[in-house]
Design a protein around this ligand. Sequence first.
Ligand code: BDP
Length: 733
Amino acid sequence: MVTGLKYLTLLAAVLACSPPGRPPDEVQHVEDGYDLWLRYRPISNEMRLAEYLDAAAYLVVEGSSPTLRATRDELTTGLLGLLGTELPAETRVSRDGAIVAGTPGESAIIAALPIAEELRVAGEEGFVLRAMSVAGQQAIVIAANEDVGVLYGAFELLRLIQTQRSLRDLAITSAPRIQRRLLNHWDNLDRSVERGYAGSSLWEWEALPDSVSPRYRDYARANASIGINGSVLTNVNANAQVLTPEYLAKVATLADVFRPYGITVYLTARFSAPMEIGGLGTADPLDPSVQQWWAGKAAEIYRAIPDFGGFLVKANSEGQPGPQDYDRSHAEGANMLADAVGPHGGIVMWRAFVYSNELPVDRVRQAYDEFTPLDGAFRENVLLQAKNGPLDFQPREPFHPLFGAMPETPLMMELQVTKEYLGQDTHLAFLAPMWKEVLDADTYADGEGSTVGSVIDGTLHGYPRTGIAGVANVGTDRDWTGSDFNQANWYAYGRLAWDHALSSEEIAEQWIRLTFSNDSAVVAAVQVMMLASHEAVVNYMTPLGLAHQMARGHHYGPGPWVEGGRADWTSVYYSRADSGGIGFDRTATGSNAVAQYFPPVRDRFADRDSVPDDLLLWFHHVPWTEPMRSGRTLWDELVHRYNAGVDTVRWMRATWETVEGKIDEQRFLDVQAFLRIQEKEAEWWRDASILYFQTFSDMPIPAGYPRASHPLSFYRSLSCPPDTRKPRCEAIY
Ligand code: BDP
């Protein structure tokens, strides 16, 4: 028990111990975003503080592996920040208030606890977190079968304290649903980041391996805190140089920093590497010299990085080399690489994002057509990595029809955390609801309840290997992600990769508490903003199932008029707007892509009466005057949706104003400025899109909706590439 006097003394100590610039008052603290959700600011709720001071008085961590050392460091730093007192490390449980952490293998104390069943459920990477009696004393136990589970448990405990949850009845057993929870970095060796909006690549290739940035460790901590356990360091549009001895030494150094945090390193493999850096005349996967080259390369990699995860490969897609250059199949290509890394325990993640402009077939059909005949033809250490939808990370897509259609081939899902098509760094779009929409979608592959989540976590088809990938949004910006709210997407990705059954609501709430404040007014206001934000972006960019209406190349800002050049990279290819209507007919009268879904999903999407409004124009070409469920014509509904998107952003701005003074000023102002830009740009999207589509509908803007302040020619003439200096497109302000 903490007596009143003791408590007051401790509180005084907390205040006195706060490092300079870290007063307990969240409002006054200068925040630059670097600490992400690991801020460890002093607990301001006095009742809770008293409880924690009671429950967490000293640390008993048995074992000395680098991971357990990292665990001890994190608990010590975290609790010092939160409770204002440095927890002594002790070797035994002698009184109430111990935090006991370890594995039964290394800790006799943990081994003696009656938690065998919980540990069984926790599995390889999970953990058991319990308030319980240890040696007759009240303690908090963080137990796991492996050291990394202890680390994950420690982060969970810190999260509970940061979000000011009571620890009294603590009884959590948690295990990840998916084995490989990876970030894919689209980072180039010159430190540019493809589709990166947060500065340069974190990997300082020139300085490595001699100089090791402290940021690498903080990157690893951030990932471990949300359960991410792998990092593909290089761009899918790969450079073979990274496989040379010079670069492998650099990669090995990064792997050494990440290893204590449970993070395994992977690389992208350029299919033509045997020719580019190996001096061979071919990269044909069936050529013995090519096979030998890759086997030798794999052995070399594993000598430098014994726990190397494996290769990610983009082949025969968007100009990348691949097995089809030699008339070999994707399976033949993937298997050749799988045979090279297999003996070392490595895997190959083969991307399903393939399509060809030469094929006169709807682009969204192509991956399914290409890969379903190959089901069962891949080595057991190959995983097929499909994007969440069949096109390309659009604000809204139906789930990819490959999910459920390859029972013999482990499918990974790839999500784009970096918001290439969703306003990049500036626009606030919380993506958990979008990802949940796909994870929770029912494929009906094996009857009702065959959700996409159950496909990728392996439960539906019994996949022995499972994985999920998120295209990273991090870079050298001080706040890592280019905006305060983009951090939430990194966080949400990790949390969903660990447990896709979590709700968007709870992830948002946790993140707000960790990142901004535990003040319930702040939590409530920011949570509703976040939850509404993705739908707002869908509405002002691509409502009713439209897709790929972004400006050419950089994909920032509207470009519904984009045409010419490669057809499947133009907007008109996707909107199919004409005087008869708008939308892509993917039913039997059109490309019939809808047939790739299992019934009854197929029928629901194919039938004009049952297709959800949100996917209407994805599957149907609809006359402008056709009545919608709302009673409006399609044209009026489109105008309505674009405006709804703008209105939501306006409301988000107003809602943000209510947190002024309740969070630190710097981040308040940063978000406020970005929301102002977002509102302007939402109007830009709306006005440009409506004016353009009006040239086909030839219908008036319904009464009560605003008119664009410029003619269409003005919007068409704008050229507003993303600029790291904001605001973006001066002309529209
Ligand atoms: C597209 C991006 C492009 C990527 C490609 C991919 O615009 O930069 O290379 O995806 O995933 O959306 O390979």
